[in-house]
Design a binder for this molecule. Structure first.
Ligand SMILES: [Mn+2]
Length: 257
């Protein structure tokens, strides 16, 4: 039985909780993927900040990059969706690691079910603000300008921006279901959706859609308050004995071995 895995918002590099432990946990998950893995979908913000230059990449993440390359080398397709924190990738992940990079959402049929996949930050969110930001972030000229700054400044700015983002968000985000832009977006998608899986909201949600499909929001991999050990959602889509298919979601901590 084939399995498809979905994870989001690892935010590697973010100085929250124990960043090294978080990275080990993610690597442990990657190393424990079995041969029946049909594909791995990284649904955005794997890195808290990624900005690569023509011949230089950010410091750190060595073991993660190696582990991702090994998964791809095993012949398991690895889909990397850019999030709002790690969209500045310009070929390295494809050429060096063999990942498939997606800059927008992906509508795909898996085992006869229709999936809508993405990071989720652009799905129905503040159309104007989101569009302006999107064009700024994806504008080649602005990217070039940013690339001309000394990395010391670029990365210092990013760290400020990231911690500002975290402080601006209430600690326990409450998903408002029908009121959420992403819910409205999927409900009015216009094509049949059995499962829409996103991240970005740092909340753990399974919500029925009006047309019968399901919206699944994956919990991030950051340490959450005092509610026990760090966790992180892993969505698994698999066939069952009866030939049916289902998505299960687990927050089980993956122990490094
Ligand atoms: Mn995000």
């Amino acid at each position: 039985m084939k399995k498809y895995y979905f994870v989001a918002d690892i935010h590697l590099g973010l100085k929250v909780g124990d960043p090294a432990e978080r990275e080990r946990r993610f690597i442990s998950f990657l190393e424990q993927l079995e041969d029946d893995t049909a594909a791995l979908f990284l649904l955005g913000d794997v890195f808290d900040f990624w900005f690569e230059y023509k011949s230089v990449i950010p410091r750190g993440y060595t073991r993660t990059l190696g582990a991702l390359a090994r998964v791809a080398d095993r012949g398991i397709p690895v889909h990397f969706f850019v999030g709002n924190h790690d969209l500045w990738t310009f070929g390295y992940l494809e050429q060096e690691l063999g990942l498939q990079v997606h800059r927008g959402e992906l509508y795909i049929s898996l085992e006869g079910k229709n999936f809508l996949l993405g990071h989720g930050h652009r799905m129905g969110r503040h159309p104007f603000r989101s569009r302006v930001l999107h064009h700024m972030f994806h504008n080649r000229f602005l990217q070039m300008m940013l690339g001309c700054l000394h990395p010391r400044w670029t990365f210092a700015m990013a760290e400020k921006w990231s911690s500002h983002n975290r402080c601006a968000r209430p600690p326990h985000y409450r998903f408002r279901n029908e009121e959420e832009p992403v819910y409205k977006y999927v409900a009015a998608y216009g094509r049949p959706v059995d499962y829409c899986i996103v991240g970005h909201m740092h909340a753990s949600v399974r919500s029925q859609l009006p047309a019968g499909g399901e919206l699944i929001v994956l919990e991030d991999w950051l340490s959450v308050g005092s509610a026990g050990p760090v966790r992180g959602d892993i969505g698994i889509f698999r066939g069952t004995e009866e030939g049916k298919v289902e998505v299960v979601k687990t927050s089980v901590v993956v122990h490094p071995h």
